[in-house]
Ligand binder design. Structure first.
Ligand code: NAD
Length: 510
């Protein structure tokens, strides 16, 4: 167990031991099977976690529901003050928690810390929101009547999240949902349970210090069956699901069957277009981070490079040189100076290999990489593949690995059509200096994605905007802008403060 190794002292700082309870429903527990959390860099066991049974998951919903009324009745600025303290506590734990993200997920340390920072940032945002949650008053057509719109919390919402952002996605959901007055039941990925436990300890510690039941932020640990318990429970009015499109589709159908609401953040198949007039140096630098950053395991990772025929060879040449440099910076994600870590687990490694085989069988040519790296952990070469048809099955699907497919395009129209030719609609980006191109790209016949970038890569969003994508990416929006609306129900209220009873539209019924 790495948890007993003095080199990983930050694990004990976060309150983790050799075997950890994976259930929090006001108290820590869990009597499901014991699972091991594995370090992607070494294949070694970090610590063990006792998962939740299905009955325990259901009980946790009951506990969160019991605690919820007290939370919902607090004034929003009071909830905001508690979220501010959560942000402070995350700041105090920025480095150890960031290290844990890096150790358990496998992303490099600056990105692990960046994820915790994202949670801190959204806490700040939520604090502001707590004093700005709007309501409206519209002019009524009836004399002595007031027409209002008020937003109320939904209740206890379910958050089911993916392995690749084991804390930030929960941060986006929990900070906004809680400030809106909701309780939460969270199920993180089965392979990142320690991040879920350490995060929940921090949050519930702050809640309890403020005299609020910790069960406002319940945690369950487990796989698909524990997730389904949340999905199928009609006491959960909203399920915020982040994960693959296939799982998300079934989640959406099941939640819809019981007329619950879903917030879906599913897979992407993101393209980066480099126009003829682009600043190639900038475009290459952006492409490197977008294609190989987080070892290709971001939902916004660039999967398709659409290069204008006039600059294709030069761009590709520069990209390959950059990829060579990246290989020299491959290593343990916790080590300084490392830019490129392992894939998350054996499953991810298998998917990488299958994608390469499929690309080769379909006429693809490996321009760079293509192989597993011979060292412990799940390391693979960052890979560039050319020569495939845009319609090839492997190009149409999201492979969660550092593989990018390169294509030649000859016009802006071709590039936009190519960008839009996949089922997914998450992120997209174009490098150009031409203002006409930019407005075509962001206009009604431009990119059909939820995220449309210009002269930056496809990945690395900020919290201020609404994050999410169209088509089979699910249509959800999280984080900034007006994403808070997902976590509240809108009531239209008409108040008659006069002595008469006029009907709308002047209807007479007397
Ligand atoms: P996944 O779909 O395998 O799992 C996601 C979560 O769903 C996990 O917690 C898992 O345990 C749970 N789950 C699995 N089966 C379930 C079921 N039947 N019912 C309920 N819950 C179930 O995804 P993953 O491999 O962990 O993550 C990678 C995927 O997530 C990629 O497709 C990536 O693009 C996507 N993702 C999207 C965003 C976004 O914001 N759009 C962000 C991060 C990741």
């Amino acid at each position: 167990h790495l948890v007993t190794d003095p080199k990983y002292g930050f694990l004990r700082q976060l309150g983790l031991t050799i075997e950890n309870p994976g259930l929090y429903d006001g108290r820590w527990g869990g009597s499901g099977k014991v699972i091991e959390s594995i370090s992607p860099a070494t294949g070694k066991v970090i610590a063990k976690v006792r998962t939740s049974t299905l009955q325990e998951a259901s009980n946790a919903i009951t506990e969160a529901r019991k605690a919820w009324p007290q939370w919902a009745l607090l004034p929003a600025p009071t909830r905001g003050e508690i979220i501010r303290q959560i942000g402070e506590e995350l700041r105090n734990n920025l480095k150890p928690l960031g290290r844990l993200v890096s150790l358990e997920m496998g992303k490099i340390l600056p990105e692990g810390i960046g994820e915790v920072q994202e949670f801190i940032d959204i806490c700040d945002y939520a604090v502001g929101l707590s004093r700005m949650l709007p309501g409206s008053m519209f002019p009524s057509e009836r004399k002595n009547h007031a027409l209002l719109e008020k937003w109320n919390p939904l209740g206890v919402i379910g958050v089911i999240s993916a392995f690749n952002f084991p804390i930030a996605v929960y941060g986006w959901n929990s900070a906004i949902a809680m400030v809106c007055g909701n309780g939460i039941i969270w199920k993180g990925a089965l392979t990142t349970p320690l991040v879920s436990i350490a995060t929940t300890k921090i949050i519930t510690g702050v809640l309890e210090r403020n005299g609020v039941p910790g069960s406002i932020a319940c945690l369950v640990t487990g796989g698909a069956d524990v997730g389904e318990t949340i999905v199928n429970d009609s006491r959960i009015p909203l399920v915020s699901f982040t994960g693959s499109t296939n799982v998300g589709r079934n989640v959406a159908i099941k939640v819809q069957e019981r007329f619950g609401k879903c917030l879906l953040e599913l897979g992407g198949n993101n393209a980066l277009i480099v126009a003829q007039d682009a600043d190639l140096e900038m475009a290459v630098r952006a492409a490197v981070f977008s294609c190989v950053g987080t070892t290709g395991q971001r939902c916004t990772t660039t999967r398709r490079l659409l290069l204008h025929s006039k600059i294709k060879d030069e761009f590709l040449g520069k990209l390959k040189i950059a990829y060579k440099c990246i290989l020299e910076r491959l290593g343990d994600p916790l080590d300084d100076n490392v830019l490129y870590g392992p894939l998350h687990n054996q499953h991810a490694l298998d998917e990488y290999k299958q994608a390469i085989d499929s690309a080769l069988q379909n006429g693809g040519k490996i321009e760079f990489g293509g192989k597993q790296i011979n060292r412990v952990g799940f390391y693979v070469e960052p890979t560039i593949i050319s020569g495939l048809s845009s319609k090839a099955e492997i190009v149409q699907k999201e492979t969660f690995a550092p593989i990018v497919y390169v294509f030649e395009v000859n016009s802006l129209e071709d590039a936009i059509a190519f960008n839009n030719s996949v089922q997914q609609g998450l992120s997209s980006s174009m490098f150009t200096k031409n203002l006409g191109n930019v407005f075509q790209w962001i206009g009604p016949h431009g990119s059909d994605c939820g995220i449309i970038n210009v002269n930056i890569g496809t990945s690395g969003a900020e919290i201020g905007g609404a994050f999410g994508g169209e088509k089979s990416t699910g249509g959800g929006r999280e984080s900034g802008s007006d994403a808070w609306k997902h976590y509240m129900r809108r009531a239209t209220i008409t108040i008659n403060y006069g002595n008469e009873l006029p009907l709308a539209q002047g209807i007479k019924f007397e």
